[in-house]
Design a protein around this ligand. Structure first.
Ligand code: XIL
Length: 360
């Protein structure tokens, strides 16, 4: 037993720990016992929330910036960086003993306004690699999403190679992805390099096609010797829409493992739009869908991390959802409610984690 005095001496006195955060059970502890990391996305302003900080510290072993590592949040003018918010996230993680995951270096979205015209005019590879170096040399990270969402989403028209239109594709052609990974490896040899995507989890025909396209895409990278360590599977699930297909997901995870790649679940949350207004029923459906997903992905030794896209419904924030929020819809996507109480999703996660076979 650790005495209260020793806890205070260890610096815990500055935080008001809510009763449940003191519980011996934490998702990070259950995950660690089964050989993987549990973490969550967060933003720097959330670190001022005295209800929330104890939860993060008690429950998570890894942090990923929800948006403050995106390029539009960092590089305000060409070559001029504002690292203040990101510095505070990294400092928090260091003090709390959490590792960091990076998200994201190269994306079609969330770029500063000045970048597209400059890139089109110059086609200078340094506009790609310079940013990768600036971020990776400043921050130690366990893993990083080098490229995010380079493929055209399931169900949309795509080129033969499946790539999504983007400023990077326009400027450099498909080779921008290889260039980005090589630059990342050179800048941070000890960091796991990740390709991060969504659309693998569900059973629709367009997801079938997307899984096949992704495997071809990954095979191309590996054949060319691109330094890729892991696939990031975002895990944005939907309790009342396109549901997880366990058999197809299992086969896909086996394909990833067969390629020698690790699998990281990078942005787990469960959309509850379309569900009943009865909150208890919605919470149950959200929990069940997450459980169906986690039981499959955790049944492979390839899976080495699970991160939720925020830990509490207090901070559910997605660009398309503000209208629903205004109409009074209360999202129930994360393991804790807005009052920082555990929800059925938390229990489902803890049970799925605890039920994992030990592979290591
Ligand atoms: C979202 C964030 O949650 C929002 O706060 C932000 O406004 C837009 O981006 N896939 C990703 C994430 O890789 O970066 C996205 O995050 C959600 C979808």
């Amino acid at each position: 037993m650790i005495s209260r005095r020793r806890l205070l001496a260890a610096g815990a006195s500055t935080l008001a720990f809510p009763a449940q955060a003191q519980s011996v059970t934490s998702l990070k502890a259950v995950a660690a016992a089964k050989g993987f990391v549990f973490g969550s996305a967060a933003a720097s302003y959330e670190l001022k929330d005295a209800d929330f900080v104890p939860l993060l510290l008690a429950q998570t072993a890894q942090l990923v910036p929800e948006y403050e590592m995106k390029r539009d949040a960092l590089e305000i003018q060409p070559g001029v960086y504002d690292f203040a918010a990101l510095d505070s996230l990294f400092a928090f993680a260091r003090r709390g003993g959490l590792s960091m995951r990076g998200h994201t270096l190269v994306w079609y979205y969330a770029n500063p306004k000045w970048l597209t015209p400059l890139l089109a005019a110059r086609r200078d590879e340094k506009l790609l690699t310079g940013h990768i170096q600036a971020v990776l040399r400043r921050y130690p990270m366990e893993s990083v999403d080098v490229v995010n969402e380079a493929l055209a989403p399931p169900g949309t028209a795509a080129r033969a190679d499946g790539l999504r239109p983007s400023l990077w594709l326009d400027a450099f052609g498909p080779g921008y992805i290889d260039t980005a990974f090589h630059a990342a490896r050179a800048a941070a040899p000890g960091t796991r390099l990740v390709y991060n995507e969504w659309g693998f989890e569900q059973g629709a025909v367009e997801n079938d096609r997307f899984r096949a396209t992704t495997l071809r895409f990954l095979d191309g990278l590996l054949k060319r010797g691109v330094p890729l360590d892991a696939l990031g599977m975002q895990g944005h699930l939907s309790a009342f829409g396109n549901r997880v297909d366990q058999r197809k997901l299992r086969d896909f995870v086996a394909e990833i493992r067969a390629r020698g790649l690790a699998l990281l679940i990078t942005e787990l949350d469960v959309e509850d739009i379309g569900g009943p207004s009865d909150i208890a029923a919605r919470d149950r459906a959200v929990a069940d869908e997450a459980r169906r997903f986690l039981d499959v992905v955790l049944d492979s030794p390839a899976t080495q991390a699970v991160l939720t896209w925020n830990l509490s419904d207090r901070y559910v924030d997605a660009p398309d959802e503000w209208k629903l929020k205004l109409m009074g819809w209360r999202f129930r996507k994360t393991p804790y409610d807005t009052q920082m109480r555990r929800k059925p999703l938390w229990d489902a996660m803890a049970q799925a984690f605890a039920g994992r076979r030990v592979f290591y």
